[in-house]
Design a protein around this ligand. Structure first.
Ligand code: HPA
Length: 277
């Protein structure tokens, strides 16, 4: 039988615990095109994923592939600069491992960011959406297989997958920062091909406001590990699937991710000091 997730987590943690320093308080996952937020971390140490025993190494464009540990807006943070995606060929369990490691490093909150297409016609590229909930359309879960009871429950609750109290703090932080935000449902898909217009209309009709190729796997792992989540989407392109739907380009996605990155940084400046200890 393959190595248990717990054994793999222990191995990864042992390989870096000496370098990671004092416990981190907040874990932050940076989505596609949002990696520049790592530049705001002071007294930073970087640990390339390749130096973490058993850790998957990100290959997605716009992703660096390192943990950045340091201080951000008064809190000790550990950032994943470079996220892992199912479309790269990683298994759902590979993608869950970093979440467990971030918790093991002391994190009490996981802040996930991503780039997403706007299914909701009221959204414009450059908008920021606070995630209220998700639809997992990847068809997979990182919890399939033997459960590691030392990590979490066999059947974790998902009714508060995006912690409502933390969401409220994020809404208030955005207000203080003067950043107008949307609030909505993130639809997670496998990728890497973008959705057809019919699929986008279907996701919209199903209640989705945004669609992207990440996040839901990590959030399931986070619920498993009882690590509360805040989710923020950068709306990088219009994805309504309507008659005026334009072809999507990666250049447009990155250009709008940069706009959103500045807004997200302004929100985090207000949010991080307000997060529970
Ligand atoms: N679909 C899926 N993933 C995405 C999109 C999209 O339109 N935009 C950015 N990531």
């Amino acid at each position: 039988m393959s190595e248990s997730q717990l054994a793999r987590l222990n191995r990864a943690h042992s390989s870096i615990r000496g370098r990671a320093g004092a416990p981190c308080e907040v874990a932050i996952m940076l989505g596609s095109g949002l990696g520049q937020l790592a530049d705001a971390v002071s007294d930073a140490i970087a640990i390339p994923y390749a130096e973490i025993d058993g850790f998957p190494v990100s290959t997605a464009p716009g992703h660096k592939g390192q943990l950045v540990i340091g201080e951000l807006f008064g809190r000790r943070v550990v950032m994943m600069q470079g996220r892992l995606h199912l479309y790269e060929g990683w298994t759902p369990r590979d993608i869950a491992l970093p979440v467990y490691l971030l918790k093991r490093l002391g994190s009490r909150t996981l802040l996930v960011t991503n780039a997403a297409g706007g299914l909701n016609a009221a959204y414009a590229p450059g908008d920021v959406m606070l995630i209220e909930d998700h639809l997992n359309f990847t068809g997979v879960s990182p919890l399939v297989g033997p459960n590691d009871d030392a990590i979490g429950l066999r059947f974790p609750d998902m009714s508060r997958a995006y912690d409502p109290d933390l969401l409220k703090l994020a809404v208030e932080a955005a207000e203080r920062a003067g950043v107008t935000v949307q609030r909505g449902i993130y639809t997670g898909v496998l990728g890497p091909a973008l959705e057809t217009s019919a699929e986008r209309r279907f996701f919209r009709a199903s209640g989705g406001d945004a669609v992207g190729m990440s996040t839901v796997t990590e959030v399931v792992a986070s619920a498993h590990a009882a690590l509360p989540v805040i989710g923020i989407s950068a709306i990088t392109n219009a994805a309504t699937g309507g008659p005026d739907q334009q072809p999507d380009t990666i250049e447009e996605v990155f250009a709008n991710a940069a706009v959103c990155g500045r807004k997200i940084e302004a929100i985090l400046r207000e949010l991080l000091p307000a997060l529970p200890a």
